[in-house]
Design a protein around this ligand. Structure first.
Ligand code: URP
Ligand code: ZN
Ligand code: ZN
Length: 486
């Protein structure tokens, strides 16, 4: 009798802790054995010469999401999940975005309608809150009960910025329920002031987007966000860190024990603001926020990736086509503030990180697994994912470490008409991806059915023993019997 549905045999298993030769036995969607010489299996997958790793967890991507100015992303939950799978991911956590005036229950049912019939991968959402009114705050306990244990807030974009007081409200409610607040940290007034100066001078080409969003705007906002979180001793995740100064604040505060987490993205490691100055309106393809920086910043961010400042390297896949449905909705020569922010990259995150990180000796295989999967599992409460061990979901990516490819838009499997990584040569490619024991991509061919992915209820963040911060003034309130978290 076969005791396994599937056996992956002959591969080199890589986890966040070790690399070793072993077979993997899978039954009912779970890993049930990791051992040498496993026999049987209804299906046997030959992984000789391959690396067998936890499937990637993409924890920052915008899928079937309207931007604050109402532009729908080019990818829906089908194309987004398919593209993620071809990039070595077995789970993704896009955003469910509240726009002002919307009830959270309506936001979640909208995204359920977008995700459930379409996703080929397991998924969850981070809830974006743009309007923390009392009635919205009252809805949040129900969100935790559904297993949505992370929120995202913005310190920039006029229609999303919730202000410091709004952030304190969300941080305290989130903390009470063991949830994590994620933040896009850029000083809104600095950006608006820069925009005014640039536009008054007629400087509106894509390259001025990078000038309009100074490094200081990110550094100031990260510092402020961390201070707000420390005041109420709440966990905080800084998304898409793009500056040396921002990374240094994260590193320093982590060392001091703050309940702090952070990520950077491949575009900040691979591209620079010079890409915004490509001929004609080509630079529009490289408009994202925070903006691309320079080669010195790239080197500094790589050092922080190596040194463990970041839990994850995430894609921030925000796909707007280079046509009138996306980047050029406001005209073919629109001034930079009227061009949609964001670039695609969900399929390139892991091949880029493997090729430029592992194969170039910048990070170890163990760090690769941590940055691509295991750390996100712990941070975002995906307790059955991110590891190759008995009891965990059989979420596995089988990589050919020797395959070299030149990146093209056609290979991305998304709904986009460009990739910012066009022409990049990468070595190492995920050939086969398994989610919950089912083949999704089989040696480069999609074999999953639309809508098979499951919504995953998540647990609270694993704080990893971070002691946090007790503000003296909060201790005064505590001594007076006040509980700011209730
Ligand atoms: O430019 C980006 N990253 N667009 C997506 C929205 C956001 O700011 O995260
Ligand atoms: Zn953002
Ligand atoms: Zn984003």
């Amino acid at each position: 009798m076969n005791t396994f549905d599937t056996v992956i045999h002959g591969g080199r298993v890589v986890t966040a802790a070790d690399t070793f030769e072993a077979d993997i036995g899978i039954r009912d969607g779970r890993i049930v054995a990791v051992a040498e010489g496993l026999e049987g299996g209804d299906r046997r997958i030959d992984a000789r010469g391959r690396l067998v790793m936890p499937g990637g967890i993409e924890a920052h991507c915008h899928i079937a999401q309207e931007s604050s100015s109402g532009i729908m992303t080019a990818d829906d939950y089908y194309s987004g999940s398919v593209s993620a799978a071809f990039g070595g991911n077995s789970t993704f956590v896009p955003f469910a975005a509240q726009h002002r005036g919307q009830a959270i229950a309506d936001v979640l049912s909208t995204y359920d309608g977008r995700a459930a019939p379409n996703s080929v991968l397991d998924y969850s959402y981070h809830l974006i809150i743009s309007d923390p009114s009392p009635s919205v705050l009252d809805e949040l306990p129900g969100v935790f009960e559904r297993g949505i244990t992370s929120f995202k807030v913005f310190m920039t974009y006029d229609l999303m910025n919730i202000g410091d007081g709004g952030m304190l409200d969300i941080l305290t409610v989130a903390k009470r329920h063991g949830a994590l607040t994620m933040v896009h940290a850029e000083n809104n007034d600095m950006v608006k002031w820069m925009n005014r100066k640039l536009l008054d001078a007629g400087l509106d080409a894509p390259k001025y987007h990078a000038v309009s969003r100074p490094e200081l705007a990110e550094e100031e906002a990260i510092n402020r966000a961390v201070s707000l979180a420390k005041l109420v001793d709440a966990p905080l995740f800084i998304v898409h860190v793009s500056t040396r100064g921002g990374a240094e604040i994260v590193q320093r505060e982590k060392l001091a024990g703050a309940k702090l987490f952070a990520e950077t993205c491949p575009q900040y490691l691979a591209l620079t603001r010079d890409d915004l100055d490509r001929p004609g309106m080509e630079g529009a393809k490289y408009i994202c926020s925070p903006p691309l920086r320079d080669s010195e910043t790239q080197a500094a961010l790589w050092r922080h990736v190596q040194a463990g400042t970041f839990e994850s390297v995430s894609s921030d896949h925000a796909p707007y086509r280079a046509d009138e449905t996306g980047k050029f909705l406001n005209g073919a020569n629109a001034p930079y503030p009227k061009i949609a922010n964001g670039m695609p990259g969900i399929a390139m995150r892991l091949p880029y990180l493997f090729s430029e990180g592992v194969l170039k000796g910048r990070i170890t295989l163990q760090q690769f697994v941590g940055l691509s999967s295991s750390n996100a599992a712990r941070t975002f409460g995906l307790t059955k994912k991110g590891a190759i061990a008995p009891g965990f979901d059989a979420d596995i990516a089988i990589w050919n470490p020797d395959e070299t490819r030149t990146v093209t838009a056609a290979d991305q499997h998304d709904n986009m008409d460009y990739t910012p990584f066009e022409g990049l040569v990468v070595t190492g490619w995920p050939e086969t991806v398994i989610n919950h024991g089912e083949l999704i991509v089989d040696k480069g061919t999609l074999v999953a059915s639309r809508g098979r992915g499951r919504f995953i209820a998540r647990a609270p963040t694993d704080l990893g023993g971070r002691p946090g911060y007790k503000a003296k003034e909060m201790q005064v309130l505590e001594a007076l019997g006040m509980d700011i978290h209730s």
